[in-house]
Design a protein around this ligand. Structure first.
Ligand code: ADP
Ligand code: 5GP
Length: 208
């Protein structure tokens, strides 16, 4: 069976509950690694450099792009966000499933580079609930919330590019569903070609 980890992209409107869901997934199961992105946005209260993000200046970020250190990067509501290669590749080699919590442009670039990537789109049960969560989180100004709600309208046009839609209504149920979606990806035939070849050979041998 395939011993290497797989890449899983989680996208969704700002405030959908992606961060909350990731924390819960990692708390419950130990075979996942969460990629830590670089960003030029300011840390929110309680965020630490190297834990939620690597916080960079615009110049530092552009240097990372020039040095080829990123798997993908994108601009989201006037800031850069990108996925550093090194940690992701190491975790995949170690057999961990690596989760990239990134927005749509980045998600599609990763899928292009690594077609086996599982793309999951997280949404709250309704647009009203999205706004309630975004406002309730209390981390952004009214203007930033308005920008992010506008961005959600744009992003909703690309939801059909994803493999699965995950409705984050009850957190507990959504966490279990996410784990099951990732685990079933491991059983896909395309992930298990060496095993397929082996059992075909064995069947032929048996019939001789
Ligand atoms: P994202 O990472 O997608 O921007 P967050 O994880 O920060 O979203 O969640 C946004 C807000 O919604 C937070 O205040 C969080 O506590 C809340 N939240 C997340 N998931 C749920 C849920 N299933 N039910 C109710 N509130 C939730
Ligand atoms: P936030 O500022 O709320 O932490 O993140 C804003 C958006 O940027 C979210 O949609 C998040 O998924 C996305 N994002 C975070 N890291 C990356 C990354 O490395 N690459 C891309 N393309 N998007 C990212």
């Amino acid at each position: 069976m395939n011993k290497k980890g797989i890449l899983v992209v989680i996208s969704g409107f700002s405030g959908a509950g992606k961060g909350t869901l990731m924390k819960e997934l990692l708390r419950r199961y130990d075979k996942y690694a969460l990629s830590i992105s670089a960003t030029t946005r300011r840390p929110r209260e309680g965020e630490e450099n190297g834990r939620e993000y690597f916080f960079k200046t615009k110049e530092e970020f552009e240097q990372m792009i020039a040095d080829g250190e990123l798997i993908e990067y994108a601009q989201y509501v006037s800031n850069y966000y990108g996925t550093p290669k090194e940690y992701v590749y190491k975790c995949l080699e170690d057999g961990k499933d690596v989760i990239l919590e990134i927005e749509i442009q980045g998600a599609l670039k990763v899928k292009e580079k690594f077609p086996q990537t599982l793309l999951i789109f997280v949404t709250p049960p309704s647009a009203e609930e999205l706004k309630r969560r975004l406002v309730g989180r209390g981390t952004e100004t009214a203007q930033v919330i308005a920008n992010r709600m506008n961005r959600a309208v744009e992003e909703s046009a690309y939801m059909d590019q994803y493999d699965y839609l995950l409705v984050n209504d009850d957190l507990d149920a959504a966490t279990v569903e996410l784990h099951e979606l990732i685990q079933s990806q491991h059983k896909k035939l395309s992930e298990n070609l060496p095993f397929v070849g082996q059992i075909q050979k064995e069947l032929e041998e048996l019939q001789k």
